[in-house]
Design a binder for this molecule. Structure first.
Ligand code: ATP
Ligand code: MG
Length: 418
């Protein structure tokens, strides 16, 4: 393979979206077009059982939503560090591990980089969250090793890892004209990461920036977890979650947790799970709720439900107004409502955890909040209105600055020194 000299490729393999940026010499970082003109792409694969091809990104999601026969996989990054990563699954009639599926996605990125650049950059930075796994260094290390292996199998060489929040900070640094102490907040689909850094135009040229990174913290909690909570509150009760059966006990709730967890949905459509779900019938007092559960499982509507919740979350947050969740495709007339108050209330606990992690970062940097010049926000979930509000309450005097929510990490990786 031809290597492009003095060229750096930054790869942000995200839980929900991925992006790549390239930098030649000391030039500016440039995001690569990944799907048509779009320079970010949903981290999604669809194994189409009709044309027997693998589809990626928006195309993958659209095919699934259109009801094409096949399997959708999302949120694969959440499996890094878990035992499920080595589980085998049938894809186009062959058994592969989920790590292989990650590699398949990265191979598509590698091909995409080759196509648009005409060769492979001689240096590759791959982003990683501060913690793939909270509170377990060994499993965290395993997660990074698995991602490195997947990247190598995909054809990437000379891969090094950089923390995603540091990459986000480096991207922000390209756009400021004076030195500043900044709390960088990257709230994505799977993780929330923080770093307190000293940034400035004069500092950019230094190769070793470790002295400027005052602290980093991170927590395995992000937008997909918000979706799960909202799903459990708003939709799963329609299928029998917290429903009391004839014996006075609630319906066993495992299936509802799995159905509302992005990276576990794809496990639910096996004959065994369907049999188990069918077996829950005596646990229901209301047969209609059970019938809905069976419709969702047999029609493989799990991702569609999760997607409906996610869209309503975004809409209720952006508009600060009620968002309707229409579920006519499950049952005529079925639906739910996401209100701005509900959004804030159902997410209060995880948002408090996120803010505690931000506080922890500032404390570890040995700073008082008043010493911060800015809070720099990136990652899709940093747009969430209730998140902004709890952050403002926690750091009332620090201005919030919004960055490139979906491309910033990739751009920052491309300008990281090596
Ligand atoms: N306007 C919005 N308001 C709230 N949430 C949003 C908005 N837009 C996107 N999101 C959420 O942002 C998340 C995706 O953000 P992003 O693409 O930054 O994550 P990621 O980089 O893939 O994940 P990670 O960095 O955790 O691996 C999703 O959970 C999505 O629902
Ligand atoms: Mg991210």
């Amino acid at each position: 393979m031809a290597f492009l000299k003095d060229t750096t490729l930054g790869i942000d393999f995200g839980t929900s979206n991925s992006a790549m940026a390239v930098r030649q010499g000391r030039g500016a970082a440039r995001l690569l077009a990944l799907e048509g003109a779009a320079n970010t792409l949903p981290t999604a694969l669809f194994f189409n059982a009709e044309d027997h091809r693998t589809h990626f990104g928006r195309d993958a999601v659209a095919q699934y939503l259109a009801g094409t026969e096949g399997r959708l996989m999302r949120s694969l990054k959440s499996l890094l560090g878990s035992a499920l990563l080595q589980e085998q699954t049938a894809v186009h009639g062959k058994l592969v591990s989920y790590q292989d599926v990650i590699s398949l996605f990265l191979r598509m990125l590698a091909q995409s980089a080759l196509d648009s650049l005409g060769g492979m950059p001689d240096r590759v930075w791959l982003g990683r969250p501060v913690h793939f796994v909270d509170g377990d260094t060994a499993r965290d290390q395993q997660a990074e090793m698995a991602l490195r292996q997947a990247a190598q199998d995909a054809g990437f060489e000379n891969v090094a890892f950089q923390l995603e929040p540091i990459a986000a900070a480096l991207d922000y640094e390209q756009r400021i004209d004076r030195e500043a102490l900044v709390l960088v907040v990257d709230i994505g689909g799977g993780t929330s990461d923080f770093t307190v850094v000293r940034l400035g135009p004069e500092r950019m040229a230094q190769v070793d920036r470790s002295g400027d990174v005052l602290a980093t913290t991170g927590i395995h909690l992000g937008g997909t977890d918000f979706d799960r909570r909202l799903n459990l509150e708003l939709l799963m009760p329609l299928l029998g979650f917290r429903h009391t059966g004839p014996s006075g006990r609630e319906v066993p709730n495992r299936v509802f947790f799995d159905l509302s967890t992005w990276h576990l949905i794809q496990w639910l459509y096996t004959p065994r799970t369907l049999r188990e779900a069918q077996g829950l019938r005596p646990d229901y007092a209301d047969p209609q709720l059970h019938a809905r559960l069976m419709t969702v499982l047999t029609e493989r509507y799990g991702h569609r439900l999760a997607n409906t919740v996610e869209q309503a979350k975004i809409s209720a947050s952006l508009q600060d107004a009620d968002a309707a969740l229409a579920l006519d495709w499950v049952e005529a007339g079925l639906g739910a409502l996401m209100t701005p108050e509900g959004l804030a209330r159902h997410l209060e606990a995880p948002l408090q955890q996120v803010v505690a992690c931000a506080h922890d970062c500032v404390q570890r940097a040995d700073l008082k909040p008043a010493q911060l010049q800015a809070i720099y926000l990136t990652g899709g979930s940093s747009a969430l209105r209730p998140l902004r509000q709890v952050l403002r309450a926690a750091f009332p005097d620090t201005p919030q600055v919004e960055g490139d929510l979906f491309g910033g990490v990739a751009s920052g990786l491309a300008v990281a020194a090596r």
